[in-house]
Design a protein around this ligand. Structure first.
Ligand SMILES: [Zn+2]
Ligand SMILES: [Zn+2]
Length: 412
């Protein structure tokens, strides 16, 4: 009985010390991760200004009906085999080429995988390793950025990541923004410094978020990507693509066409082949006319806040006259298992649509305050670690703290 009690006491002491070690390690990890939050910048939120003007930006102004087929989101194995793509880069390039894609970029996590066989390969990587899965595709990437906030991200941190990623030469796309609610409609009222948004993805549709950004007056174009992790898994590959028109089928030509919005997105639940095609989209004094090659089951004109302003059944062409209250209009068309989504026609001043590098100004006072709060949190974590490990104790009649660090004793 005595031995049993002794054993129980030893067991309890063992559990206590293991728990203490685990809690200490978790707190240490928290401390290390929280250091990155000292980089946080707090921005002065810029009020949203809906599109305005008597001119209309038509992304399809130069469009001709022989666009290239492109996917910018696919994962392969890498040389360390640590990403979750199932096939090798060569196998994926070949499979996409065989399925009629002229552009098939790999978008491995935090790593650029090139295709040495294609001179006009467009290098892409997927940025982001936060638990919220706030990910971005960096198209025409030259190098990889490891700047991120791992634990949580408020609106300012999401903005700061875009500020670090966006350059004059690349295109930044929000990848699967609806996944995990990584991006909210409210974020999109203020976020700046990105060019594209995945509207058709393997995850939930994001046209709601796209309309939120457009209604707030931020002109961004869609992407339709597979985000495949295994090309042999049913419906994981060759189900979404972009049709991009460029008068020169070079890397720079295609990236330039994407920047102008001269492309549309396709999602097909049953086939890797186009059922319908966009032939043209014209705008004249606010009258938008769209022509498809085949009769579509339905053609819709969608305006501010995602309102369907016109819906036409069984037609290959349709038109919509923009009202003064419409700041943009976008079109989608459904034919059997396929849906096609077009970039918006946007009101503007006839000169420039936007400045991609126009980031909101930093609020220096709030930035300093935020960093001071991080310092307080870090100090509390250190105190808890020391107290947990017997380095801090209360002494005397009044609460006093004595810190024992090695042979030094410090009374506070
Ligand atoms: Zn992702
Ligand atoms: Zn991905």
């Amino acid at each position: 009985m005595q031995h049993l009690c002794k054993l129980m006491v030893l067991l309890i002491q063992g559990i206590k010390s293991i728990s203490r070690i685990i809690i200490t390690l978790v707190l240490l990890l928290l401390f290390i991760i929280s250091i990155q939050y000292y980089h946080t910048e707090i921005y002065k939120k810029q009020p949203s200004l809906p599109f305005s003007g008597n001119h209309f930006y038509n992304p399809y102004q130069d469009y001709l009906p022989n666009p290239v087929k492109a996917n910018f989101h696919a994962h392969s194995t890498t040389h360390f085999k640590i990403t979750n793509g199932a096939q090798s880069p060569v196998e994926i390039f070949k499979a996409y080429t065989d399925s009629g894609y002229q552009v098939a970029s790999l978008s491995n996590y935090q790593s650029i995988t090139n295709n040495p066989l294609t001179e006009n390969y467009i290098p892409v990587y997927e940025h982001g390793f936060s638990i919220s899965k706030y990910h971005q595709l960096i198209i025409n990437a030259k190098s990889v950025s490891f700047f991120d906030f791992v634990l949580f991200q408020n609106h300012h941190q999401k903005q700061q990541i875009l500020k670090r990623l966006k350059t004059n030469n690349n295109l930044v796309a929000l990848a699967h923004p609806a996944l995990n609610n990584a991006v909210t409609s409210n974020d999109l009222k203020y976020l700046r410094g990105y060019d594209l948004m995945e509207v058709y993805t393997g995850y939930s549709p994001t046209s709601r978020l796209w309309d939120a950004a457009l209604s707030a007056g931020y002109p961004i174009w869609l992407l339709a990507n597979d985000d495949t992790h295994n090309i042999y898994k049913p419906n994981d590959a060759f189900r979404r693509w972009n049709r991009i028109y460029s008068n020169e089928s070079t890397k720079n030509g295609i990236v330039g066409a994407l920047a102008k919005g001269c492309h549309y997105g396709v999602s097909n639940t049953g086939s890797a082949n186009d059922i319908n095609r966009l032939d043209s989209c014209t705008v004249n004094n606010g009258l938008v006319k769209v022509y498809f090659r085949q009769t579509a089951d339905s053609i819709r004109f969608i305006t501010d806040n995602g309102i369907v302003s016109k819906h036409i059944i069984k037609a290959s062409e349709a038109e919509y006259s923009m009202l003064t209250s419409n700041t943009y209009v976008r079109i989608d068309a459904y034919t059997a298992t396929e849906s096609i989504i077009l970039n918006p026609v946007i009101r503007y001043n006839g000169k420039k649509l936007r400045d991609n590098l126009d980031f909101p100004p930093v609020d220096l006072f709030k930035t300093a305050l935020y960093r001071f709060l991080v310092l307080i949190v870090n100090t509390i974590i250190v105190i808890i670690i020391l107290a947990l490990n017997g380095k801090i104790r209360l002494v005397g009649k009044f609460p006093r703290v004595v810190v024992n660090v090695g042979r030094w004793k410090l009374a506070i």
